[in-house]
Design a protein around this ligand. Sequence first.
Ligand code: 13P
Length: 258
Amino acid sequence: MSRKLIIGNWKMNGSLAANEALVRALTSAGLAEKPVDCAVCPPSVYLAQLAGLLQGSSLMLGAQTVHARENGAFTGDISAAMLAELGCKLVLVGHSERRAGHGEGSEQVAAQALAAVRAGLLPVVCVGESADDHDAGLMQDAVTSQLAPLAAANAEAGGTLLENLVIAYEPIWAIGSGEAATPQYVSVVLECIREWLAETAPALEEDKLPRVLYGGSVRPGNAGELLALHACGGLLVGGAALVAEEFIAICTAAAAQA
Ligand code: 13P
């Protein structure tokens, strides 16, 4: 078993005072001594604040999205180089809330992932089926079609994309619903993603395959059983990442499975 990755996606939540309190609680929880990789992704306006608060900490800083281009006339957008300069180590791309609210399609998400890798960031590519696809039993088809453009982007990057990313599987119907997918269900889709990765990047040995995370209503009470899945490399946490004790409990459960 290898180290798990636990990422807190704060979404559009926080304030200068609340962020400081949360980060101080997380950085004084002794997570650095535990075998687990932890990260937080605040709203972009708070990245500089968190970069300061996280100086000398093992807690990694991440962003919630990135533009695919290096610079230019893209009002409101932020480049991968800017995120790297601020101290970000990773960036979420293709979160379902970005796909739904900002029309980001899978081709664009692959281009964002490529831009991130080129700037030295770890892209966390989010995929997941809608409630309709879930009801129709089409979760593997939905997820593999979202992954497909990563193959061409990987070729464009000379094979360096798929060995330097993370995939996060977040079934849309499980996000914020309080109903996580069952471990059995999650296992089927995570194994499917790993098979896709192994077929698309045959040169990668099994222990070099990128980590595949699960997200969607993760809580301290269900984290352990999800992390115990063979294919589960970690968790992408929303609501519970805003509560210090809950996020610490989830990170601690992950350390116990390393
Ligand atoms: P919740 O944990 O609040 O369901 O959110 C999951 C998510 O979307 C993380 O990116």
